[in-house]
Structure formats: structure tokens, C-alpha cells
Design a protein around this ligand. Sequence first.
Ligand code: ADP
Length: 548
Amino acid sequence: MQALMMNTPLMISSILKHAEKNFPQVEMVSVTVDNPRHRQNFKTFARRSRQLANVLESLGAKFGDRIGTLAWNDYRHMELYYAVSGAGMICHTINPRLFPEQVAYIINHAEDKILFVDALVMPLIEALKEHLPKVETVVVLTDKAHMPESSLPNVLCYEELLEAQSDDYDWPEFDENTASGMCYTSGTTGNPKGVVYSHRSTLLHALSGALPDVTGASNLQTTLPVVPMFHVNAWGAPYAALMVGTKLVLPGPKMADGETLTDLMVSEEVTVTSGVPTIWMALLDYLESSNKTIPSLERVSVGGAACPRSIIERFRDQHNCTVVQGWGMTETSPLGTVFALKKGMEDYSTEQITDLQCLQGRGVFGIEMCIVDENNEELPWDGVASGALKVRGNWVAKGYYGLSDEPGSEDCPVDEKGWFQTGDVAAITPEGYLQITDRTKDVIKSGGEWISSIEIENAAVNHPDIAEAAVIGRYHPKWTERPLLIVVMQEGKSLSSEAVSDFLKDKLHKMAMPDGVEFIDELPHTATGKINKLALRETYQDYKFPAA
Ligand code: ADP
């Protein structure tokens, strides 16, 4: 028997319509290049988003077209999130801080025809112009007074375009499984891969994210997502906030600036914030050196990399603030697990609670997880056994854009049993708390951004005196992880670590330069002849970088 319930498609535009009706006066405060403190409410936001949908149509954008954004966290980027997806196009957020070649690759691979670009990112687009043959229009996210000079043929001004359009627009309804957004992950080796979100996955993710034990988002909160909107949809905050009417404070290009962040948080009375550990380390240092506090702040969500215990303790002791660690990936939208206490833990000591906060949190409804051994046999949740972490659920990717989504095939991250293989190694406690212990994917995550170990290894072995090289990530107090290069010399040859660094200097991007070089007689190998990184990470478990 079929149920007798309505079946309304889960549309991103429905969040906007809900916010406009129910929370018209809730504010969205932004820092932009042209305004240090821009304010608008959700009603104005909804109106401008409809104008933007008309702009998109006037520029010739069609249903299913990919619209690229290279922008920081601010109200115009928010308008793009809602107008692009709401009108049936795909909001393709691009990280402007990637290497220029990667930015070009991503824009070309997604076939973005229109780019919406922050004025600060224009020099990058100018530099890439020869390499972006399919881009027809570039819209600069600013007003007429702040338009930069440009040598590009079709550069338009966002505010001018908006002004020229009516705010009369009916959001279309279509299949909820239609693509709504796209985000490339450079997490694995090889070219970046496009994760494609749907209206349905985005909505379900936002609903789950707004649960009390997940982000506890509500109309009573004010949130400041420091995590960039080009990084897995700022972990869903742009959607969850409008769903429940949370005031949004958006730091624009100032996300790593302790002073601006503090000033914004204090004056706008921010209660919750989210970002990678590196940001919090910098903010805590700034607060300490300037002798400031953020009295309104209650909760800091940390993810993207393991949260050092010191961050949890400093927020707790100096700012009376709870750190909530979560685990996720671009491919999981990103919500996977989030810290929350369970009943029965009321009597836990402060130290016991901190121990739990150092884990990656517990499963959110909608995400199933398991850990398996080498034979793909499920391991128990005993807090001891550790194995490859797999997940599945409605907001987990089943494939990458333009690659096979046949489970078990080489380009598909999903195995034959339908589980997404995360590339993380984890244990799970009997209470269900996840503990990431290692990574099988060969990458380093420094300050929330990926560095490919293979790129460094290839550069190193080009030195005639170096026989073999391996790179692993090791703990770094500021960046969470930095690359350590381990080198085997050709017989009879020797080099100093400075000489190795000198050799690499003009071959690698600054962020990819190893912070340490170690020499070893022989590298451990696996049965199949690959360098055994797990063994190397064990050998260099307590390694400390010279400068750290
Ligand atoms: P994001 O950085 O937004 O979480 P990415 O797709 O760039 O998304 O990176 C996902 C990877 O980052 C995970 O597979 C894991 O290796 C690492 N990661 C994310 N959160 C944590 C965490 N809390 N602790 C340890 N590693 C994490």
C-alpha cells in the first residue's frame, strides 16, 4: 500500500523561501573588500537572490550549467549558493588558494562557462586567461566603484548586473536528485576529483546538521563559519543557518586574521564558530597576546584535521568555551561524526571529557560507518581494533564527476558492497566514538589544505645523488601536519638536509617544501613493493621538526 503523504521535492530554494517568511529580520553580516561591515537581513537576501537568478538567465546560463565561484565567505557568495542551485544550475565552488594549474584544471574539467570572482582573486584569473578557453563571462563580486582594471574581454560588475534585474522570480521545482553543487577534492593523488552534491543530499545534510547533538543550530545562535565556503560548503552552515534562522557573520577574506575575527565575534555576539585547527591556534595566540576574550562564544566546531588537545584545553580554561570535534570529507558533504556526550557521562571528570573531545565524535543519523581489516572483515567497536574506515549514507558520494561510478571499479571510491572507502584508518569505542588513527591515502594535510607526498618525492628523486625518497606527514604545532622527507642516498654519496632543501626550493610550492629531511639506509617496503608508509609513520612517530 502506498502512503497518503505529500511528496514535495527537497529543493534548496525551499530553505530560502522558509527563511524569508519566518526569519525576515535575521541578519547576515559580512566583511568584503568593498565594505568592512556589510549588513543585510534574510528578507533582503532573498530578494537579491531572486535578482541574481534573473541575472543568471540574462547571462544565458541554462539548467545544469556549472557556474564557478572563487570567493570568500560573504553575502554575495551566499546569494550565489541559493540563486545558482535554486535556478537549477550547479554552484561550483573553487578554492582560490590552490596552485594556479589546479584552479585551471578544475574550471576546465567542470566546464564552467561563467565565473563569479572576488576582486582579490582577479589577478589569478588574469594570469590564467590563456588556459580557460571555455569561460565566457567573468563577474566580479563588487560594486561599480570597486571594479578592478582588467584585460579580459567579458568582465562584468555584480552589483550593476543585480541592479538591472527585477526581483520577480519563481523558483522552479524539479527532481530533488538534480545536481546542486560541486566541489573538487585534491585529497588523493592525481588530478582533483569533482564531488557532485544534489538538492536532496544538501537538504538532508543540513537537516541532520541542525540537530541539537550535531551543531545545535537555532534562531538563538549567531554563527561565524571560518571554514571557507569553497571548502565543502562551509560544512553546511549556509544551509543550516537559513533553515533555523541563525544569524550569520561572514569574515570575507579576513578568515585567518585574529584581530578581525575577534572584533567580529565580540561586536556581533557570535556564539558558535567553525574551522580547522590551524585557525584556532592563531586565534588563541592572538587572544592571549592581546589579553582579550570573546564573552559570547559558547562553542567551537573543529574538523578537517585532528584537533590538538591544547586547543580544547585553552578554549575551556581561558574562554569557557566547548570544543566540538567532527570528522568528515568533501565526499561526505562533510558531516560524518561529531562530538557530543551521552547519557551516563554526567559524572565524567574534566580530563575524561577532554579525552573524548580529542576523538572525532560519534555517528550522526544518516551516516552508517564500519571499520574493516585487510580481508574486508568488519572489526568490533572495542576502541582497540583499528582498520579502514568506510561510510555510507544519503550525503555520501557514489562517484566523481566524469569518472566511473561502478562500485568496485578503479575510479570509484565505493566498494562492491556499496561502502565509500574513506582512506582513513580508525578505531571505534564501544560507545561509538570514532578515533582516526592513520591514513591509507598518500597525502598530508597542512593547515586544512592537502599536500601531495608524491609530488615532493618525485622532485627529490630527481637529484642525482638521491636513490629513493618517501614523504610522510608528521605532527606540527601550528599546521597540524607538515611534510617530512626521508631520503636514501646513492651509494657513496652524501648530502646535508640544507642541500636537499636548496635543491627542492625552485621545484616545489612554498607550502609543499618539507619542514624536515631525514636520511635512512633503506626504506621499508610492502609485499607488493610499495613504500610502507604505515611503517615509516611508526618509525618517526615522535619526530619533531627542527624549527617547531
Ligand atoms: P574537510 O577538510 O573539509 O574535512 P577533505 O575532503 O578536504 O574535507 O578532507 C577529509 C579528510 O581530512 C579526512 O578523510 C581525514 O583524513 C581528514 N580529517 C577530517 N576531519 C578530521 C578529524 N577531525 N581528525 C582527523 N582527520 C580528519
